[in-house]
Design a protein around this ligand. Structure first.
Ligand code: ADP
Length: 474
């Protein structure tokens, strides 16, 4: 049994095509050939009949005893008729003339009377045959006519039926073997294709297969890339989870340690209780910031994966955000921290609007400004600016702080990456601030430009795309 069962096979298809084409070609050739053959035969016969009619007419014109001449004429399969001027049949070599009807209206007789010579072709009483007539006008006004039966197209065709059946049988056998051979030859390069390395097969493959191989190759590359991204994502997710666990554990351990000390009455000094209480409060604050940052990042991750409508439900809907007003609020909220760190914060705000999620844009500006203060030195300064550059709104935060080494600059946007871990923690950092900035900027289609020199300071500019709000063109 065929391994393909009842499924249609290529060899069956090729067989069908070869057989139909070959047989159709033979059949058409037979029909056209028969018509051509019949036409040629008829022409030859007509010309012979014409010559014979002329000869008989010449003989009749030179004699007075027409009937005697006609009876002596012996031409195979030929009917000989002599017709009087009024159409009456005077002589016929196949039927008694007296029983024959008037021939005066026969087309070949009329033509002979008018031009001296007439011919006609009519279906014979025998199926598939035609009668050819040639008539010549005699000197005495009578007409002599010669007729002969000729095979028609149909009878020629019928004569080919036998050979045609034999040819069809031969065509079936030849088509069967040709189809088997052809389909194997067609399939061979397809079976040889190594789908793991389609490029290697391009030279040996049919030209028609090249686009398909190219597609397979590009899909393989895409798949590889997606696998790489998935593996990276998976690695990052695992690292992120490990980091979160670690980051949450540290303040929790501290909190539970101090709480245990207080609850077990081991701390008796009022001042110590107050100190432990404030440490618990500080660690709890860090936990809250950490959980908030984790939530924001996870919302941003979810928004990146979802459609724009779903993103709005995760992050909040977009609306025009006035950048100068936003920076002013950020400055006010950080006033206390800046004062404590002895850092002066200046505002250089020019009108600019961005269509975005207010909470995210606020967090973006707040994180940048907070870093600029926290990684500064006493007596340092921070400038918060915004405006429009070549039609594109921007937010810029510039500080005179500790700066970032060049090889660290790309890494600081990664989750939980800190250049100086103890400094970050001492200043209440979660290690997620710039990761939130990166994703919030990407969500708004903005680019981040970082310029920093260790010991000199840092300048971070977030540039948004041109906004379709007439009022933002300034
Ligand atoms: P953190 O919560 O630790 O501040 P961020 O993601 O905000 O986390 O920043 C990552 C790291 O980048 C920081 O720990 C710090 O080392 C460095 N950094 C960020 N902003 C600045 C800045 N303005 N000046 C110097 N270093 C900075």
């Amino acid at each position: 049994m065929s391994p393909f069962g009842s499924k249609r096979t290529l060899s069956r298809r090729v067989f069908g095509t070869v057989f139909v084409v070959a047989f159709a070609a033979i059949a058409v050739f037979t029909v056209v050939g028969s018509a051509f053959l019949q036409n040629n035969l008829a022409q030859v016969t007509r010309s012979e009949l014409h010559d014979e009619a002329e000869i008989v007419a010449a003989a009749l014109d030179s004699t007075v005893n027409d009937i005697a001449v006609l009876e002596r004429v012996d031409i195979d399969n030929t009917r000989l008729t002599l017709i009087a001027e009024d159409g009456t049949v005077i002589y016929d070599n196949q039927e008694p003339a007296s029983q024959m009807e008037n021939h005066g209206q026969r087309p070949e007789v009329i033509a002979a009377r008018e031009t001296g010579h007439g011919s006609d072709e009519r279906d014979s009483s025998t199926l598939g045959e035609v009668m050819l007539y040639e008539a010549v006008l005699l000197g005495n006004g009578q007409v002599v006519r010669i007729a002969q039966a000729q095979a028609g197209v149909l009878s020629i065709l019928l004569s080919f039926v036998g050979p045609l059946l034999i040819i069809a049988a031969v065509v079936i056998v030849v088509s069967f073997f040709a189809a088997r051979r052809e389909s194997r030859a067609i399939i061979a390069p397809l079976l040889d294709v190594d789908l793991d390395h389609p490029k290697r097969n391009m030279e040996a493959a049919y030209a028609e297969m090249v686009p398909m191989l190219e597609r397979i190759e590009s899909q393989r590359q895409e798949l590889k890339q997606q696998m790489r991204v998935l593996a990276d994502n998976d690695r990052m997710r695992r690292e992120f989870t490990a980091n979160i666990t670690h980051e949450l554990k540290t303040p929790l351990t501290t909190i539970s340690g101090y709480a245990e000390l207080i609850s077990s009455d081991m701390v008796v000094d009022e001042a110590d209780i107050k100190d432990f209480g404030s440490r618990i409060y500080r660690e709890a604050g860090r936990l809250t910031s950490l959980v908030n940052d984790i939530l924001t990042l996870s919302n941003l991750d979810e928004a990146e994966r979802s459609e724009s409508n779903d993103a709005a439900s995760v992050l909040g809907s977009t609306e025009p955000v006035d950048l100068p007003r936003m920076l002013e609020t950020v400055q006010q909220r950080l006033e206390h921290v800046a004062h404590k760190s002895d850092v002066a914060v200046f505002l250089d705000a020019h009108p600019a609007m961005v269509i975005g999620v207010p909470r995210l844009l606020d967090e973006l500006a707040y994180n940048l400004a907070s870093n600029a203060i926290r990684y500064n030195r006493p007596g340092g300064s921070v400038v918060l600016s915004c405006g429009i550059d070549e039609g594109r709104p921007f937010i810029r935060v510039e500080d005179t702080g500790i700066g970032i080494a060049h090889d660290e600059q790309a890494k600081i946007f990664e989750r939980f990456y800190r250049v100086d871990k103890s400094r970050s923690k001492a200043r209440g950092g979660t290690g997620l601030g710039l990761a939130i900035v990166k994703h919030a900027a990407a969500f708004h289609g903005a680019t981040i430009d970082l310029e920093s020199e260790p010991d000199c300071g840092t300048r971070i500019t977030v540039t948004f795309p041109v906004q379709v709000l007439p009022s933002v063109t300034d």
